[in-house]
Design a protein around this ligand. Structure first.
Ligand SMILES: [Zn+2]
Length: 491
């Protein structure tokens, strides 16, 4: 009798095991939606508003977009992902937006420093560009820039440099999102004899790349008001309007530019651009904007011109300090840029965030200016507005593109933590970024870049820089001779 009872109990237990262990699994899995990726976060900063970070949250990504955001446990109950990235000790936030750079100039990093703009350009940059800038240089230089940007958590960038087709292809291959500007200038430049052929090539470039790839936005990139005549600026303004393409250009970078334009056209660089119709129904990203006058600021606000603030480059070339608080007060969208690595000398946007939060306080003797959240906003949500992608990137929001980064808070160097916004602006640097995701694709995981053959790139950079180093010795000699000559002449 006892044996029969035991057998019944055992059978019942076995049945219960089958029902409870084996049966429920497929039932639950069937209820869950299969998605590409779930990224967890101990702290989530959405940049939707200045509010405390969300804790123990996860972001669900499918088909390049963010499809859900919620408490980690409940997300795992609803979704089943092909890949899960842990958020232990990590902040998840929107990827950074570099609104102004010249990617391939990474190969000229540290080539010539501590000089004034004109001798720096005429004695080093222009001659070395003439000698070295070719498709191979651009391929290696822009790949090196992509590597550096992925490492530092930049997910979108605005570029202006030679051979933009190659830069666009490198951007696609490494997985980043790029607004790639076709360069135009009135003088001979790599690949061009002057204005006409550079303008014609730019129109072809824009036409070729419009709608071709979801992560590439082709743009017109006339160099600056002092290197492109007003007649040519009008041609760009008309072409960009007709082709619905953005324009990126350096404007009001130095006081010498201001003087040159005043002498030649009897107006300011901003008003000259306005008179040529550049801002009329065009998306314009104006890099630097260090010297706008109060009327210029009104024009920029009215015509919704986006500004790329490049504090490191401006400080290094002693160009001045852009009136960022005044521009923000007028409702102008101001983003942050690294400029090229020849005038920075890196592509670390965290440095620009920190400088943007510091230099305006000191200049105007007001520590309340550009608080931490505002500086971070310039690098994310407002940067997206500057480049016209505010509906796609710059925030963590359902329906937007999944361009996200994780910051590792595990290092003792970052402890203790009381306020995350303060920490991200005043403590964090690019080496704290552990994960970079663009359009739902993981480009870097646990600090390892997955889309670039790093060993091969190292070799390519070493080979190219060896050639540049040899030419630089000659250039340094001729620069020294010109300095000696100047000193002798003055005697
Ligand atoms: Zn620049």
């Amino acid at each position: 009798m006892m044996q029969a009872v035991t057998r019944i109990i055992l059978n019942a237990l076995a049945l219960l095991f089958v029902v409870s262990v084996l049966m429920p699994l497929p039932l639950v899995a069937k209820d869950k939606r299969l998605v590409d990726l779930i990224v967890e976060a101990d702290y989530l900063i959405t940049m939707q508003a200045d509010e405390p970070p969300l804790e123990k949250t996860a972001v669900v990504i499918d088909n390049s977009k963010i499809i859900a955001i919620g408490e980690t446990k409940s997300i795992h109950q609803k979704f089943h992902a092909r890949q899960i990235i842990s958020g232990k000790n990590r902040v998840l936030m929107p990827g950074l937006i570099n609104t102004h750079t010249h990617t391939a100039m990474t190969l000229f990093r540290g080539m010539a420093d501590d000089m004034e703009l004109m001798p720096w350009l005429n004695q080093f940059i222009f001659p070395m560009e003439g000698k070295f800038v070719d498709p191979e240089f651009i391929k290696i230089g822009s790949k090196l820039a992509c590597y550096e940007m992925i490492k530092g958590g930049i997910t979108s960038f605005v570029d202006m440099y030679f051979y933009p087709d190659i830069i666009a292809q490198q951007t696609i291959d490494c997985g980043l999102r790029g607004m790639i500007g076709a360069p135009m200038i009135d003088y001979p430049s790599p690949g061009f004899s002057g204005w006409d052929d550079s303008f014609a090539a730019a129109k072809l470039f824009v036409k070729k790349w419009q709608g071709k790839h979801p992560r590439i936005i082709p743009a017109f990139a006339p160099h600056a008001p002092y290197t492109v005549s007003s007649v040519h600026i009008k041609q760009v303004a008309d072409a960009a309007r007709a082709m619905h393409a953005p324009v990126t250009i350096h404007i009001a970078e130095t006081s010498s530019e201001e003087q040159m334009i005043q002498q030649q056209y009897h107006t300011s660089p901003v008003q000259l651009m306005q008179q040529q119709g550049l801002f009329d129904h065009n998306k314009v990203i104006a890099a630097h904007m260090v010297h706008p006058n109060p009327t210029d600021i009104q024009i920029l606000a009215k015509q919704k011109v986006g500004v790329a603030h490049n504090p490191t480059s401006n400080l290094k070339l002693a160009a001045g300090i852009a009136p960022v608080p005044a521009m923000l007060n007028q409702g102008i969208a101001v983003g942050l840029g690294t400029d090229g690595a020849a005038s920075n000398n890196d592509l670390d946007l965290w440095e620009e965030i920190r400088l943007a939060a510091l230099i305006h306080k000191n200049q105007q003797k007001d520590p309340k200016l550009i608080p931490a959240y505002s500086a971070l906003k310039m690098a994310t949500k407002m940067g997206a507005k500057v480049i016209g992608l505010e509906k796609q990137v710059g925030q963590i929001k359902v329906g937007m593109q999944a361009d996200l980064i994780q910051i590792d808070l595990g290092s003792l160097r970052l402890q203790p933590i009381y306020n995350l916004y303060s920490h991200l602006v005043y403590v964090t640097d690019s080496s704290d970024v552990s994960t970079t995701i663009v359009a739902g694709k993981v480009l870097m995981l646990d600090g390892k870049v997955l889309t670039i053959d790093v060993a091969q790139l190292k070799q390519q950079v070493a080979k190219k820089s060896k050639q540049i180093k040899q030419a630089l010795l000659q250039q340094n000699l001729s620069h020294k001779k010109s300095l000696d000559k100047n000193t002798t002449d003055k005697k």
